[in-house]
Design a binder for this molecule. Structure first.
Ligand code: URA
Length: 241
């Protein structure tokens, strides 16, 4: 990053004022006065303004991971099982998962070091819609689908209305799509058990406007600025059929 921008990002001065401070010889990089505002600096350089260190403000990291089955949604597992953080390049940052997926669930999981973002995504008032595909035992009839849509009593509280669609029926299993904005413990699996069609496999295919796309299990990619912004905005978007 250019020195002038580095100082502005760190809140020392506006870009224009920073240019002046640099020209006036008030800024050093690794002990040398630098008067060129376009000089490239990185996080490892010792940048000082009037002798005081200027710490860079790091851009937060947001990653989209395709969590494979058989991984734990934690930073570290005392039992030594593979954790989602073992699958990504953390870039030396302290990333953590946004919400969780079960050990035996695969799919879209966000990892970040952005506290505001994580809080916004997981707050109970956030209605970011999560999309799941479940391969289930048997073929749910209209009555079971209606019950799943309208609400299932879990721990004495009914689940909120959900979007549930039968995507395909095979010989003795079926593929269902769920669109829910709650994040209760093992919610989809428990809902399916309650209607007598336990999940054989469960994958989160979407999170708000995000989709797994062409990623393979275990792969990850950074979110774009636009994706972060649209997630922050997807508050009350749950328009269920
Ligand atoms: N619902 C579940 O049952 N499990 C998950 O991992 C996510 C949603």
């Amino acid at each position: 990053m250019r020195l002038q921008k580095y100082l502005a990002h760190a809140g020392v001065a506006s870009r224009r004022a920073a240019e002046r401070l640099i020209a006036d010889g008030k800024v050093t990089v690794d002990g040398q006065v630098v008067q060129d505002p376009a000089r490239d600096v990185s996080e490892s350089d010792d940048v000082r303004f009037e002798g005081r260190p200027v710490r860079p403000v790091l851009q937060p990291v947001h990653l989209l991971l395709y969590k494979p089955v058989g991984t734990v949604t934690t930073v570290h597992d005392p039992e030594g099982r593979m954790c989602v953080l073992d699958l990504v390049d953390t870039q030396g940052r302290r990333l953590y998962p946004v919400g969780r997926l079960d050990f035996d669930t695969s799919g879209l999981l966000l990892l970040t070091d952005d506290g505001d973002f994580a809080h916004r995504m997981t707050h109970p008032s956030s209605e970011v819609v999560k999309t799941y595909e479940a391969r289930v035992q048997g073929i749910p009839g209209t009555e079971a689908i209606r019950a799943l849509r309208e609400g299932i009593l879990l721990d004495d509280t009914p689940t909120a209305p959900a979007g549930v669609t039968l995507l395909r029926a095979d010989r003795d299993t079926a593929l269902l799509e769920f669109r829910i904005h709650e994040g209760r413990n093992r919610q989809v699996r428990r809902m399916l058990e309650a209607v007598g069609h336990p999940a054989l496999a469960l994958c989160r295919t979407g999170y708000g406007p995000l989709r797994l796309g062409s990623l393979y299990p275990g792969q990850s990619r950074p979110l774009t600025d636009d994706e972060v912004e649209s997630l922050m905005e997807s508050g009350r978007t749950a328009g269920f059929p």
